[in-house]
Design a protein around this ligand. Structure first.
Ligand code: NAP
Length: 246
């Protein structure tokens, strides 16, 4: 697999879970990859080592997605360290949920900062580096399309915002030859949403296939969009949700 040979990528929140699987897959496809992390430096170092074992270059950058200056600096640092930037994957995310009455204003600010403001600012910064064939791929959620249980209003609202952001960026950056997509995972087995949690069977029942996704399922789609297969796909949302939205 060498469809990304000679390309470079930055994955936000690449220390664990779906982000780490994306980092590994892009490297397996031949890319040099930078990743950001916030609370998990050891996991970030582990992911860097995994990339280096494939013979590719890797770099871990501490950058809290809630800090706008850190977000922009991370993009510029990745481009400088890797020599260029071809692919940005906006993946960093959090999943606070609970009764509507208990959502605090600080929760609203935190979720919108990480899921919307950081994605906008990182994409804006990346646009200064991306050339023809460049890609911006954001990780949304199947809850952007359908919210089948209570307690997820804020999360769903923030992920839905990525649809408009993706369409707008596709128009802004199309003339530059950059394509922009959002990938909506369904329930995927990570520390955020373990496949053996008490709620997992109910979650499985909401999808058509009745199985939990693996981080590698999402990573495979991101790699496709980042490679030649993604050349004519922009402004689009791609579901990797086992038919959750069917
Ligand atoms: P996870 O296992 O909890 O991993 C979250 C990742 O995001 C970690 O690498 C974490 O880094 C990073 N992160 C969190 N807050 C950050 C911050 N403020 N600044 C920088 N990095 C931050 O979650 P996941 O399941 O892999 O989720 C990845 C993405 O997929 C998220 O956007 C999530 O909303 C989306 N998603 C997940 C599912 C699912 O079922 N798992 C379904 C739909 C969508 P540190 O540990 O270093 O802080």
């Amino acid at each position: 697999m060498t469809q990304l040979a000679g390309r470079t990528a930055l994955v936000t929140g690449g220390s664990r879970g779906i982000g780490a699987a994306i980092v590994r897959r892009l490297a397996e496809e031949g890319a040099d990859v930078a990743l950001t992390y916030h609370r998990s430096p050891e996991r970030a170092a582990e992911t860097v080592r995994a990339v280096e074992q494939t013979g590719r270059r890797a770099l871990a950058i501490p950058a809290d997605a809630a800090d706008p200056d850190a977000v922009v600096a991370a993009v510029d640092r990745a481009a400088a360290a890797l020599g260029r930037l071809d692919v940005l994957v906006n993946n960093a995310g959090i999943a606070p949920y609970g009764p509507l009455a208990e959502v605090r204003r600080a929760d609203v600010d935190a979720v919108l900062a990480v899921h919307v403001r950081a994605v906008f600012l990182a994409s804006q910064a990346a646009a200064r580096h991306l050339g023809p064939g460049g890609r911006i791929i954001s990780i949304g959620s199947s809850f952007a399309e359908r919210v089948p249980i209570p307690g997820w209003t804020l999360y769903a609202a923030s992920k839905s915002a990525l649809t408009g952001l993706t369409r707008g960026l596709a128009r802004d950056l199309g003339p530059q030859g950059v394509s922009v997509t959002v990938v909506h995972p369904g329930d995927t087995d990570t520390e955020m949403n373990p496949a053996d949690s008490p709620d997992a069977d109910a979650a499985r029942a909401l999808s058509a296939l009745g199985r939990y996704g693996r981080p590698e399922d999402v990573a495979a789609t991101v790699a496709h969009l980042a490679g030649p297969g993604g050349a004519q796909i922009t402004g689009a949302a791609v579901a990797v949700d086992g038919g959750f939205a069917a």
